[in-house]
Structures are given as structure tokens and as C-alpha cells.
Design a protein. Structure first.
Length: 113
């Protein structure tokens, strides 16, 4: 089911032409990440030039991707074929360590005839 669910994730509260036939509750994926000491040094050098700090951008993207995949696994475990109202959240747990959360409502949808 997980491979099918990728196309059925939305930040909206539903899909046009489909109806929710069962709500299965909140699903989430959580990851906690930090950059290595060498990565922080590299990012510090990048910050001297200004602009996008690609080392941190890559870290953020990996963390979001990991949290998203964990959320999809959770949705599949509860029997969902879609996730609606999907969101991301991030919190700094301590200096240089960030929690990233992907969450939404797991649902079963069907096409409206």
C-alpha cells in the first residue's frame, strides 16, 4: 500500500472527485538530526559568502524526507490509502539538534461515482 499512497498526500482537506469514507486518525513521522562538527565548519565558511548555505539546506531536506517517509509507513500500517491536512513542524531540541515532524490525518478515500 505504501507505494500507492505517495500520490495521495495533500495539505488540503480532501481530493477533488474523492470522498473520505473512513478517518483513521493522526499519523506522524519524527526524526531528530544534527550536522557533524565538520559539516558545521563547512557551513560556517559558506555563511561568510552569504546566500544559501547548501550544507544546512541538504540537512533540512534529508530530515523532511525522512520524517515524510516515516509518516507514510505509519499511514500504511493503519490501513490508509491517503493522508490529508499534511504538515511539517520543526523544533530545536538543543543547540544544533533539530526535531522534524511530518503529520496529517490518515484516511481511506474512494472515487465519487
Amino acid at each position: 500500500m505504501r507505494s500507492d499512497i505517495h500520490q495521495w498526500i495533500t495539505t488540503a482537506n480532501g481530493f477533488e472527485g474523492y470522498r473520505v469514507i473512513r478517518s483513521l486518525g493522526v499519523v506522524r513521522g519524527i526524526t531528530v538530526r544534527s550536522r557533524s562538527v565538520l559539516g558545521n565548519i563547512g557551513a560556517a565558511f559558506q555563511s561568510l559568502a552569504g546566500g544559501n548555505i547548501t550544507l544546512y539546506t541538504e540537512l533540512a531536506e534529508k530530515a523532511r524526507g525522512e520524517a515524510y517517509e516515516i509518516m507514510l509507513q505509519h499511514a500504511a500500517q493503519v490501513g490508509a490509502n491517503a493522508v490529508i491536512a499534511m504538515r511539517y513542524d520543526a523544533n530545536e531540541i538543543m543547540d544544533g539538534i533539530t526535531e522534524v515532524l511530518a503529520y496529517g490525518t490518515a484516511v481511506v478515500i474512494e472515487r465519487i461515482p
